[in-house]
Each structure stands twice: as C-alpha cells, then as structure tokens.
Design a protein around this ligand. Structure first.
Ligand SMILES: *[C@@H]1O[C@H](CO)[C@@H](O)[C@H](O)[C@H]1NC(C)=O
Ligand SMILES: *[C@@H]1O[C@H](CO)[C@@H](O)[C@H](O)[C@H]1NC(C)=O
Ligand SMILES: *[C@@H]1O[C@H](CO)[C@@H](O)[C@H](O)[C@H]1NC(C)=O
Ligand SMILES: *[C@@H]1O[C@H](CO)[C@@H](O)[C@H](O)[C@H]1NC(C)=O
Ligand SMILES: *[C@@H]1O[C@H](CO)[C@@H](O)[C@H](O)[C@H]1NC(C)=O
Ligand SMILES: *[C@@H]1O[C@H](CO)[C@@H](O)[C@H](O)[C@H]1NC(C)=O
Ligand SMILES: *[C@@H]1O[C@H](CO)[C@@H](O)[C@H](O)[C@H]1NC(C)=O
Ligand SMILES: *[C@@H]1O[C@H](CO)[C@@H](O)[C@H](O)[C@H]1NC(C)=O
Ligand SMILES: *[C@@H]1O[C@H](CO)[C@@H](O)[C@H](O)[C@H]1NC(C)=O
Ligand SMILES: *[C@@H]1O[C@H](CO)[C@@H](O)[C@H](O)[C@H]1NC(C)=O
Ligand SMILES: *[C@@H]1O[C@H](CO)[C@@H](O)[C@H](O)[C@H]1NC(C)=O
Ligand SMILES: *[C@@H]1O[C@H](CO)[C@@H](O)[C@H](O)[C@H]1NC(C)=O
Length: 474
C-alpha cells in the first residue's frame, strides 16, 4: 500500500472519525485499506465531492437507519464503485464500500440520479449475511425485475423481505448459506410475479410442504447442489412431495448434485408442465419411477449417476421426450430393448438426442430406438462388442447413404464415427469399427431381422448363407 494513500485515509479518518473509529478499535489494519473515494456513507457525507440534494431520497427512507445508506450514481458520484449501467442495471458486484476495503454487507442503496430506474440489481460477491424487510434498495423496489444476491454469505432472510418487489421476475440466491426457505419469504406477493428462482449451492435441508406453495407463476427452479435437501415430508406416515400443485407452470427443474439416491414415486406428480429435468450427478442406482408421470418432459439428464441398467419401459410413457443423457454413468451396463416402448408400444418414443458417452454398454439393441431419426447419437467410449447384435450400426458405415454413423456427434459437435473401437470379441479388440470387413459376421447363423430387404443402401452382414453372394457382390 502506498504511503500517500494511507496518509489520505488517516486524514479522512480524523475528519469523519465517528464513521470508522469502531473499525479501528476492531483492530483493522490500515495496511489493508483499499481506498474507495466516492461512496457516500453516514448521512450522505460526500468524501471528496460536494453533496448533492438528497432530501427527497432521505425522506423516502422512513424508519430506516439512514446511517448505513449508501448513495450511488449521483452526478458527483462518478467514482463510486456501484455503477448505474445500461439496461437499467445497478452493478454492485464485488463492491468495497468503506475505507478498509470491506465488501458491501447490506443492500441499503439509494440511487442519487433521479433519472435512473433500477431494473436489474446485482449484488454478486458482496458480504451480505442477512436480508431484511425494507433494507434492499428502499423506496426503489417497485421497478426491479431481477435481483441478484449470488455468492454472498446469506444465512437468513426475514419473512416478507420481497413483498414490495411488485415487478420481480428473477431472484438469484445462488451460492449462499441458506439452510431454510419458507412460504413467508417466497410469499404470495412475490409469487404473483416471480418466474425464476435460483437457490443453487445453498445448504437447504428440510423444506416444508408449503415452501413453494405461492410460486404459482414460477417457470424455472434451480435447487442444484443442495447436498442435504429432502424432497418429501412425512405427514401421517405418508411421504408428501415438497413440489406442490402451485408449481404446475414450472418448466425447468434443476436437481443436479442433490445427493439423491432415490425419489419417491410421487415426487414430481404435480409438475404437470415440466419440460426439462436435471437429475445428473446424483447417486441414483436405478431410473426412479417418479419420472414416468412427467408426461410433458422434453429433456432429462441422468449423467454422472450410478444407474446400472435401463429396464423394461423405463421411458415408455415419456411421449414428448427428445433429449436423454446418461454420460459418465460408468456402471450403466444394460439397456432393455423395450426401455423406450419399441415392443410394447409398437414403436419407441422418438428421441432427438441420445447420449451415453463413457458408460459400460457393450450392445445396443437395434430396435431400442429409431436410430435413423435421431439427430445426435453419442455412444463414444463404451466397451462395444462388435458382434452381429451391432451389425445394424457396423453396416451403416458402408451404406451409400449412411443414416446412423453420420449422427455420431459428440458434445463438441464433432463426428467421432471413425474413432469408435471394438472392445470385444477379443479377436477384434482395438479394431476401428469403420474398418471391419464384411465377412466378420458371415458364419454366424443369427439372422438380424431383415426389415429393410428392399433398401439397397443397407448392407446386411449378418444374413443367412442364402444372401452371401449378394453381399459379396456389394
Ligand atoms: C433540492 O431539492 C429541492 C426540492 O426538491 C429543490 O427545490 C432544489 O432546487 C434542490 N437543490 C439542488 C441543489 O439541487
Ligand atoms: C433527466 O431527464 C431529463 C428529461 O428526460 C433531462 O432533461 C435531464 O438532463 C436528465 N438529467 C440527467 C442528470 O441525466
Ligand atoms: C417466518 O415464517 C415462517 C413460516 O411461516 C414461520 O415459521 C416463522 O416463525 C416466521 N418467522 C418470524 C420471525 O415470524
Ligand atoms: C441462477 O438463476 C438466475 C435466475 O434464474 C439465472 O439468471 C442464472 O443464470 C442462474 N445461474 C446459473 C449459473 O445458471
Ligand atoms: C443451476 O445452477 C447451477 C450453478 O449453481 C448451474 O450450473 C446450472 O446451469 C443451473 N441450472 C439451470 C437449469 O440453469
Ligand atoms: C433437518 O432435519 C433433521 C432431521 O429431522 C435435523 O437433524 C436437522 O437439524 C434439520 N436441519 C435444519 C436446518 O433444520
Ligand atoms: C418414505 O420415505 C422413506 C425414505 O425414503 C422410505 O424409507 C419410506 O419407505 C417411505 N414411506 C412410504 C410410505 O412411502
Ligand atoms: C461393465 O460391464 C461388465 C459386464 O459387461 C461388468 O463385468 C463390469 O463390472 C461393468 N463395470 C462397471 C463399472 O459396472
Ligand atoms: C422422424 O422424426 C420426425 C420429426 O420428429 C417425424 O415427423 C417422423 O415421423 C419421424 N420418422 C420416423 C420414421 O419415425
Ligand atoms: C454380442 O455380444 C453380447 C455381449 O457383449 C451378447 O450378449 C450378445 O448375445 C452377442 N450377440 C450375438 C448375436 O451373439
Ligand atoms: C467398407 O468398405 C471398405 C472399402 O470400401 C472396406 O475396407 C470396409 O471393410 C467396409 N466396412 C464394412 C463394415 O463393411
Ligand atoms: C467362424 O466362426 C469360427 C468359430 O466361431 C471362428 O473361429 C472363425 O474365425 C469364423 N470365421 C469368420 C470368417 O468369421
């Protein structure tokens, strides 16, 4: 720290010593000083500039302790660290607010510039521990649509804190230390407007059955990485879901990394319009039955789980499902031919993307999905057995119009068809699938059900002897 700055700080400390004397008594070292020249603290004292007219603003503050109010964005506040930016954004990200370089620890901010209406208020990387009623941008609540308290140290929120935010659509409380949230915080007044709520990376545990009961307009709920969260509550011995009927508009639910080994069958029963569900990075060992009732589901993520098999009809009822992910599910070793209803519903649900990268799959049933109709198939890094059961795929390499291998596209949008290796049988271990010779299946008697006999674009390597000649000609 440059001595001159320290000098200025000491000088200022004398002038307004009531502001900071307690800090000095706290033992704060002046060496740590991070001089912030222009934030007004303590009754609008301007540290370096002449005060502007705050009378009106101060009167709005009613019963607030004006002592802590920080004035920003005034004509003479050009160096304040909170900035009033385009798109009506009040940016207080990582703002230090006093001479000691302490982070802002409250949100009692007044915008001096009367022409500026806040729509987005961003307090990311502050040190706010508690949120209280009338202490977030007092008097200016009504216009705020997006309130961000991401990465603070929030431990508690007073009931009714958000009731004056009559336009609030997005509330971001991600990465804090909240252990609880309830219906008095997520009140009916808030619920009237709120569309997105992010509670990811908190310490939520025992949610009450009423916690979300007011959020009738909510579209997106992020509860990811709350490692001790419980999604049901016992009432008279019955497990009742914490997702109430009020959440019938919810479209996106993120439960990534919530340490869920299972969910009750009725967990998602009220989420009638849910389209995107993230259950990845949880210790599930089987596909929970609870998902079969979410009939509007479009995308489902089970990546990085402990699921070992996809069983008969696990996904039969998910008629709208388009995207399914199981990547990094290293134990996933078996997929039932009817997992998507190919047999019992006559045809499988029509997925658009299917991803099992880095699983333990050796054989994919031909009938499992309508493979040709997918736009992305990611089966990279599986111990594939190159036997007749996989002929439907192997044959596609040499089809005049390949319908499957060209969809073998990974997460980086790269086609990996030439980098698929056979794992088994041992005679073919390490061989690229694209280099297999057509005779490899020839002396097998197994006949791959040949429904495409008239389709001359397809090779059928696993045919009976009778077709051998035809094949060799091709
Ligand atoms: C202070 O506010 C009063 C009342 O709103 C106004 O009449 C006066 O001109 C303002 N003074 C300055 C310096 O802006
Ligand atoms: C505030 O808005 C008025 C009218 O739109 C304009 O005349 C005035 O210059 C603006 N003041 C500031 C400080 O931008
Ligand atoms: C806040 O609301 C919750 C849920 O209704 C209630 O249990 C709690 O006692 C309330 N807290 C206060 C301080 O009133
Ligand atoms: C957290 O939620 C807010 C509001 O929905 C959203 O804007 C933000 O992107 C979310 N954070 C992450 C990392 O997804
Ligand atoms: C939920 O929050 C996490 C970060 O905490 C983020 O990675 C994830 O993308 C968010 N989910 C959604 C659906 O936005
Ligand atoms: C949640 O419930 C468990 C078991 O009833 C209890 O041990 C724990 O302290 C509770 N957590 C909170 C934050 O109330
Ligand atoms: C309720 O949930 C617990 C824990 O998941 C489970 O052990 C119990 O069998 C469930 N009870 C009922 C009636 O479903
Ligand atoms: C992978 O599957 C094989 C059988 O095909 C099994 O022996 C092995 O244990 C599985 N590996 C894992 C990690 O589940
Ligand atoms: C392929 O998908 C399209 C669009 O989803 C659908 O209209 C078409 O019927 C599908 N074709 C087959 C053969 O399933
Ligand atoms: C192919 O290999 C798998 C084991 O990896 C086996 O279950 C299957 O029956 C084999 N298919 C044929 C046609 O032999
Ligand atoms: C495809 O054709 C090439 C040459 O045309 C051949 O080397 C390769 O073995 C064939 N692959 C299959 C799977 O038939
Ligand atoms: C035919 O099968 C036998 C035994 O299963 C095997 O040793 C031989 O290599 C196969 N021949 C061809 C051309 O695949």
């Amino acid at each position: 720290m440059k001595p001159s700055i320290v000098g200025i700080c000491i000088f200022l400390a004398v002038i307004i010593n009531d502001v900071i004397s307690d800090k000095i008594k706290d033992g704060t070292k002046l060496n740590d000083v991070n001089f912030v020249p222009n934030i007004r603290i303590k009754r609008g004292i301007s540290v370096t500039n002449s005060p502007t007219n705050f009378t009106a603003a101060d009167n709005d503050a009613d019963n607030l302790e004006d002592d802590d109010i920080v004035f920003v964005c005034g004509e003479n506040d050009d160096e304040t660290k909170c900035t009033c930016e385009e798109d009506q954004t009040l940016n207080c990200r990582g703002v230090t607010w006093d001479f000691f370089g302490n982070n802002l620890d409250h949100a009692k901010i007044k915008i001096s510039d009367k022409n500026f209406t806040v729509k987005i208020a961003d307090f990311t990387y502050s040190s706010i521990r508690n949120l209280k009623k009338d202490e977030i941008l007092p008097g200016q609540e009504a216009t705020i649509a997006n309130l961000i308290f991401q990465s603070n140290t929030l431990k508690s929120i007073e009931n009714g804190t958000f009731d004056k935010f009559v336009s609030l659509k997005k509330l971001n409380l991600q990465r804090n230390a909240l252990t609880n949230i309830n219906e008095k915080i997520l009140s009916a007044k808030l619920g009237a407007t709120l569309l997105e709520l992010n509670l990811s990376l908190n310490k939520l545990q025992n949610l009450s059955l009423f916690a979300f009961q007011n959020l009738k307009n909510l579209i997106k709920l992020n509860l990811s990485l709350n490692r001790k969260i419980k999604l049901f509550n016992k009432i008279n011995g019955i497990n009742v879901t914490v997702f109430p009927e009020a959440l019938s508009n919810l479209k996106i639910l993120d439960l990534l990394g919530c340490n869920l080994a299972s969910v009750e069958d009725n967990t998602f029963i009220n989420l009638k319009n849910l389209e995107h569900l993230y259950l990845n990075n949880n210790p599930f060992i089987r596909v929970p039955k609870g998902i079969t009732k979410i009939t509007k589901l479009i995308s489902l993520n089970f990546a990085d789980t402990l699921i070992q098999s996809l069983e008969d009809c696990d996904f039969c009822d998910l008629k709208n499902l388009k995207n399914l992910k199981f990547d990094y599910t290293f134990e996933l070793s078996y997929i039932h031919e009817n997992a998507f209803g190919a047999i019992s519903n006559k045809k499988p649900i029509s997925l658009d993307t299917f991803s099992i990268q880095l699983c333990n799959i050796s054989v994919l049933p031909e009938k499992l999905l309508n493979w040709k109709n997918l736009s992305k198939i990611n089966i990279e890094s599986n111990p594939i057995t190159c036997n007749c059961s996989m002929a439907w795929l192997i044959n596609d390499y040499n089809a005049t119009t390949p319908m499957i291998v060209d969809k073998m596209i990974d997460d980086s949008n790269v086609n990996y068809k030439n980098n698929i290796f056979c794992w088994n049988p041992s005679s073919l271990s390490g061989i690229r699938m694209n280099s297999l010779v057509i005779e490899f299946c020839m002396n097998e008697t197994t006949v791959i059900q040949d429904t495409e006999k008239n389709d001359d674009t397809i090779y059928h390597v696993c045919s009976d002897k009778g077709e051998e000649d035809t094949l060799l000609v091709l």
